[in-house]
Design a protein around this ligand. Structure first.
Ligand code: FMN
Length: 447
């Protein structure tokens, strides 16, 4: 808010206006230096009281344009991803919300990942003409409009019945990649049709059943997907107390309490009950019997042998997700990875894990451009995204951020989240005096 003192025939008036209104406020008339100087009818006296002018109050009041749809109304006051989370909390059962929102054990890894961003410090410059700011980049050889990837997350159709296709369409509109999870509730083939222009990646969880893994790799290749993301941080499932207290486990097991909580969200319940049953769609064989026993979801026996096998079988870009040390980053890049994702899985796996942002400078120093570096865990703003790019990341991944949007308002909620990131990033670049992402690199340090 600022205070302007425009003069009009009624004399000086003081009205509070917002920055947008300020831009539109009629410029005060400046006496023409060469023309006749007309003395004001009433001399300027800021101490004198006056009657409030209805005309000026009316022009200072601005109502938001009326929202056309229910969803627009719901999203109208959203300023941050946290606002999306607050809406989401009321729209889905507690078990579903906590499954997304929660983290492992005492949340130390999640807190650490988030708090690390408080140590970021930009090196801003002034007078650099930042009228035109370009946020685009390339990620694994493809153009992206933002240094951002929507991370692989399980069960998207549990959060909102449109699920993965809604997320993929939003990613396509925003021009950023989206990675389907092996535990996604939409198949590779369906998603390809739903968002044919999107840059789609597949996150592979290799399990004991190597034939199933081979089939998934081949299906992603047949669909023309750009990258395969091998998750390497799940030899066991983290203890997510918040979710399991609500009966949400993998696979989900509903207690009577969970069931009642779900019944308290009839719209969510109705949508779930009247659409295709939830299943790990990509794990269903394309031919033969429709179902195949899933067996153990994670395989603690995974080793470098599987990485070598995968590098031979998959000819596209290979991303190793869940790297948590400089040494591992080096080893997997030497073994053929095109990118590493420095990640503590959003603080959902190992407790006391290192903060990915703090690992980033050391990994960037070690790899020296031999592979792309992506980081995730705890990222909720476009400003954090820019900080990561400045410290050496090609891009960041976000999971919860878009899931809050999805739960809050479906596809429009994901659009909203992407818009918030875009606006943060644009503003941050301008305030830093940077015209593009290259001008940000190297201009961030950790205090
Ligand atoms: C609800 C949920 C489900 C997830 N499921 C998967 C998964 O199936 N595969 C995977 O590699 N990562 C999974 N992740 C981790 C994300 O890919 C990503 O690493 C994490 O969400 C990043 O942290 P953020 O949520 O704070 O952005 C999941 C995360 C969430 C929140």
């Amino acid at each position: 808010m600022s205070i302007l003192t425009p003069h009009d025939h009624a004399g000086p008036q003081v009205v509070a206006v917002s920055p947008e209104q300020e831009a539109e406020w009629p410029a005060p008339s400046v006496p023409d230096a060469h023309g006749p100087q007309v003395a004001p009818a009433v001399p300027f006296d800021p101490q004198r009281r006056r009657l409030p002018s209805v005309r000026q109050l009316r022009s200072a009041l601005r109502f938001r344009p009326a929202a056309k749809t229910v969803v627009e109304r719901r999203l109208a006051g959203v300023e941050t991803v946290e606002d999306l989370a607050s809406i989401a909390k009321h729209r889905v059962p507690a078990a579903v919300f906590e499954y997304v929102h929660g983290a492992a054990e005492g949340h130390v890894s999640l807190r650490r990942a988030r708090d690390a961003f408080d140590r970021a410090e930009f090196d801003p410059r002034v007078l650099h003409n930042v009228e035109d700011v370009d946020l685009s980049t390339t990620i694994l050889g493809r153009d992206a409009k933002l240094p951002l990837i929507l991370a692989p997350t399980a069960f998207n159709r549990l959060m909102e019945h449109h699920g993965e296709p809604a997320v993929a369409r939003a990613a396509q509109r925003a021009g950023v990649p989206y990675s389907l999870s092996t535990m996604g509730t939409t198949s590779i083939e369906y998603l390809t049709q739903a968002a044919p222009q999107a840059d789609l990646w597949f996150q592979l969880t290799i399990r004991k059943d190597r034939d199933a893994a081979a089939e998934l790799v081949d299906r992603a290749a047949a669909a023309g997907w750009n990258a395969l993301v091998l998750g390497v941080d799940t030899p066991a499932v983290g203890h997510r107390r918040d979710a399991s207290r609500h009966g949400m486990s993998i696979p989900p097991r509903l207690t009577p309490k969970t069931f009642l909580d779900m019944a308290a969200h009839p719209r969510w319940w109705f949508n779930l009950a009247t659409t295709e049953p939830l299943a790990f769609e990509s794990l269903r064989p394309l031919t033969g019997p429709r179902t195949r026993p899933v067996g153990t979801l994670y395989d603690p026996g995974l080793s470098f042998a599987e990485l070598a096998w995968l590098r031979e079988r998959w000819h596209g870009k290979l991303v190793l997700k869940g790297i948590q040390s400089v040494a591992d980053a080096r080893t997997v890049v030497d073994a053929g990875a095109d990118a590493v994702v420095l990640s503590s899985h959003g603080g959902r796996q190992l407790e006391f894990a290192p903060a990915p942002l703090e690992l980033l400078p050391g990994v960037a120093e070690e790899l020296r451009g031999q592979a792309e570096i992506i980081i995730d865990s705890g990222i909720l703003t476009g400003t954090q995204m820019i900080a990561a790019v400045g410290l050496g990341a090609t891009a960041v991944m976000v999971g919860r951020a878009y899931l809050y949007g999805l739960m809050a308002a479906g596809e429009a909620g994901v659009d909203k989240m992407l818009g918030l990131f875009e606006a943060d990033a644009r503003r941050t670049l301008q305030l830093m005096g940077a015209r593009n992402l290259d001008e940000v690199r190297g201009r961030v340090r950790l205090r």
